[in-house]
Write a protein that binds this ligand. Structure first.
Ligand code: NAD
Length: 356
């Protein structure tokens, strides 16, 4: 029997190579006259080029966006918004920059226009976050959904292939947890399966031929669909773990997802057999967890938590913090089983089911 609930998010999307040049017109249509551009320090130059494109519509550039939206960064950006009387933000960048735009939208009611340049997929979700004292607090709020998302695959050509691979697996995680679930939703699963297919097909091409605009376009599309699945779907153990490790140890977000995804899928496989089989089918493999692990190896991303700086001695603390709050997950999560999962991921072992 089919049973499901579905609540759409108010997505407003422009997707296409060269679409960046439509932004002045899009801002005019939205009646936005004073945009504050947001970037990380790495993308400040792209931010300045965007300011030139926007002309008088841009009132400034805040180029200090940082991973996981540190509260001090949010406060600094808020002050600049007020001092420049910005009527919207234009976040150009990956999930860190988009996260800052989302936090400003929720906290200050500012319209947020978003130009994603990585595959984080955050622009398609209503999830926003802020990090204070090593704890990342996330919440869902419709106010976080961008007023407009403009995807121009041309802007992703500068995303280094090794980061594109990790970022693409971060996107894939958003799709996978919404197919390999005990509560499948047909609309969300369709988005997710399409996203998994597009990412699995395009990421290996990008590794070999980073300037391949067709593959870059497909990867950005896949990330958008995967983000859409997360935005209207669920999170479970996988996302809780990634956010816990990110908040506690400042691990790189995309790589943390890339390492843990295969292990999370193996952990939940028994409770999600139909969905896990759909993931395997979308990947073109027999076993979803092994397929993800092998894809990560093929793409050359880190496959162990130790490679990204986590110490074995940190794992017990990670288990305790992960389980501090109630967690919804297809398989029951106990400290012992979670410790085993983290141990496998820390060593970079092949993913395996963990006995109750
Ligand atoms: P990021 O935004 O930190 O980007 C990493 C680096 O790559 C940055 O220096 C960035 O400026 C640079 N970069 C991005 N695109 C580039 C390009 N095209 N060319 C050159 N450099 C480029 O990393 P991320 O993985 O995209 O985002 C991670 C953050 O996003 C985390 O804080 C994570 O929690 C958040 N996130 C949130 C959601 C959500 O739904 N709220 C979803 C996914 C990720």
């Amino acid at each position: 029997m089919i049973e499901f609930n579905y609540k759409a998010l108010p997505w407003n999307i422009v997707f296409g190579v060269g679409s960046l040049h439509t932004l002045p017109n899009e801002l005019d249509k939205l009646g936005k006259l004073r945009a504050l551009i947001l970037t990380t320090p790495n993308q400040a130059e792209q931010g300045r080029e965007l300011a030139e494109l926007l002309g008088d519509r841009a009132v400034g550039l805040f180029d200090q966006a940082a991973m996981h939206v540190p509260v001090a960064t949010l406060e600094a950006a808020t002050k600049i918004c007020y001092s420049l009387k910005a009527d919207c933000t234009v976040a150009l960048g990956g999930g860190s920059t988009i996260g800052l735009g989302k936090a400003l939208a929720v906290k200050e009611g500012l319209d947020n226009i978003v130009i994603p340049t990585s595959y984080a997929g955050s622009e398609m979700t209503d999830i926003w976050a802020v990090t204070e004292a090593e704890r990342k607090v996330t919440a869902r709020d419709h106010a976080a959904v961008p007023t407009l998302t403009l995807y121009d695959p041309h802007l992703t050509l500068t995303l280094p292939p090794e980061f594109a691979a990790a970022s693409g697996l971060n996107a894939m995680a958003q799709a996978v947890v919404n197919v390999a679930t005990d509560r499948p939703n047909p609309i969300i699963s369709s988005l997710a399966v399409d996203g998994i297919r597009a990412l699995a097909a395009s990421l290996p091409i990008i590794m070999k031929d980073p300037q391949n605009i067709e593959a870059r376009s497909q990867a950005l599309y896949g990330a958008s669909m995967a983000g859409g699945a997360l935005g209207t779907g669920v999170t479970s153990l996988h996302h809780r773990l990634c956010h816990t490790l990110g908040g506690m140890f400042n691990t790189p977000h995309a790589e943390t997802h890339a390492i843990l995804l295969a292990h999370s899928v193996a952990y939940n496989a028994a409770a999600t057999s139909d969905g896990t089989a759909r993931v395997a089918d979308a990947l073109g493999v027999d076993d979803a967890a092994q397929g993800i692990y092998q894809l990560a190896q093929k793409l050359g991303v880190p496959v162990s938590l130790k490679e990204i700086g986590i110490l074995e001695a940190d794992l017990d603390k990670a288990v305790a913090v992960t389980l501090e709050n109630p967690l919804s997950n297809p398989e029951p999560v106990t400290p012992k089983r979670l410790r085993q999962l983290l141990d496998n991921a820390w060593r970079g072992n092949s993913p395996q089911a963990i006995k109750a």
